[in-house]
Ligand binder design. Structure first.
Ligand SMILES: NC(=O)c1ccc[n+]([C@@H]2O[C@H](COP(=O)([O-])OP(=O)(O)OC[C@H]3O[C@@H](n4cnc5c(N)ncnc54)[C@H](OP(=O)(O)O)[C@@H]3O)[C@@H](O)[C@H]2O)c1
Length: 309
């Protein structure tokens, strides 16, 4: 019987415990799930942020810490984490992000606000360009960025992307590395940020990189708040260089009530809801990784600590 420790916030337990029990049973894995196993006896830890600081040093025989979130910045620099760490990939995250990104890209591409908010008699016949005449750039071509790029290519957009390493994705004008960033930005009438938060990506969008975008560009940030220098964004919105920012992630969450983003007409806020792990689907991903580990097969989605994501 495997001992699986749940390091989740208490409110998450009633949802996750039955989903994980069902998925483990379906995978034929006998496991005891608890929050209070003696740490040194635990085989697997299942972790999600929000439950307070974690000390993983007493988990001396733990084979894997399995995260339930895609982002890893809350755990990866925890010095007590010496066990392998797998992040969540799948579990509904990709589908949710593709829907959020395509929905918000289409809002700005079609100029939907002009008609939704119009009050007076309004016969404004500005026909939007076709998607083929609209440049969308995605910074970050990982699991989520690549899936969003593919969906936008299918809709006909002129899609560019940027990653750390060189990539080739069908229909996407791929740039990479420091040297490729400015070419990716120049092509971005709509810019989508799907990078992880790392020391290198912090404040990647600053006064200089915002100025490199075409005038009137729109920014969507479902990635991480750390990616944008907020003062620089507000200044670029004030100047009209950036027409609008739709932000799902923020440097401080929840976004403080007094933050100028709340009242700025050029900012739309969605409260970190772009995409969420769905318990039943994600529990099957967890069970598959435990099955692999027990069978001596490679575990999926291990995080490379040296690169920080
Ligand atoms: N708002 C939400 O609800 C929500 C939900 C889920 C995830 N997220 C965020 O979305 C992010 C992306 O998720 P993912 O699963 O797609 O991650 P991923 O598969 O790890 O992809 C990350 C991408 O960023 C690129 N990258 C990282 N550092 C870079 C750098 N310094 N320069 C250029 N490119 C760099 C990577 O390049 P390489 O391909 O060369 O490695 C990769 O293409 C997560 O980290 C998380 O912060 C948000």
């Amino acid at each position: 019987m495997l001992r699986v420790q749940l390091l989740l916030k208490p409110a998450a337990l009633p949802v996750w415990t039955p989903a994980l029990e069902a998925a483990l049973e379906e995978a034929g894995i006998e496991a005891a799930l608890a929050t209070d196993h003696a740490p040194e006896t635990v085989d697997y830890v299942i972790y999600a942020p929000g439950g307070g600081p974690v000390d993983l040093s007493p988990y001396t025989s733990t084979k894997l810490v399995q995260g339930l979130w895609a982002g890893v910045e809350s755990i990866i620099e925890n010095r007590s984490l010496t066990q392998p760490y797998a992040r969540m990939v799948g579990g509904g995250l990709t589908e949710g992000m593709v829907e959020w990104v395509t929905g918000h890209v289409l809002r700005h591409h079609l100029g939907m606000d002009r008609y939704i908010t119009a009050k007076d008699p309004h016969w404004d016949q500005r026909v939007p360009p076709l998607a083929a005449d609209r440049g969308v750039t995605i910074l970050g071509l990982g699991v989520l960025g690549a899936a969003c790029a593919a969906a936008l290519v299918t809709l006909g957009f002129r899609v560019s992307g940027w990653s750390r390493r060189e990539k080739a994705l069908p229909g996407v004008n791929c740039h990479h590395g420091e040297a490729g960033l400015s070419a990716a930005l120049v092509e971005a009438e709509i810019l989508v940020l799907l990078l992880p938060a790392t020391p290198v990506t912090t404040d990647l969008m600053n006064a200089d990189t915002l100025a490199a975008l075409p005038r009137g560009a729109v920014i969507l940030n479902p990635g991480r708040g750390a990616l944008i220098n907020e003062d620089a964004l507000l200044a670029a919105l004030e100047r009209g260089h950036i027409a609008h920012a739709t932000l799902d992630t923020f440097k401080t969450e929840p976004l403080p009530a007094a933050h100028p983003f709340w009242t700025h007409p050029g900012v739309t806020i969605t409260p970190h809801i772009a995409s969420e792990t769905r318990p039943d689907a994600a529990a099957r991903v967890v069970a598959e990784n435990i099955r692999r580990s027990e069978a001596g097969e490679p575990v999926l989605h291990l995080v490379d600590r040296t690169r920080g994501y």
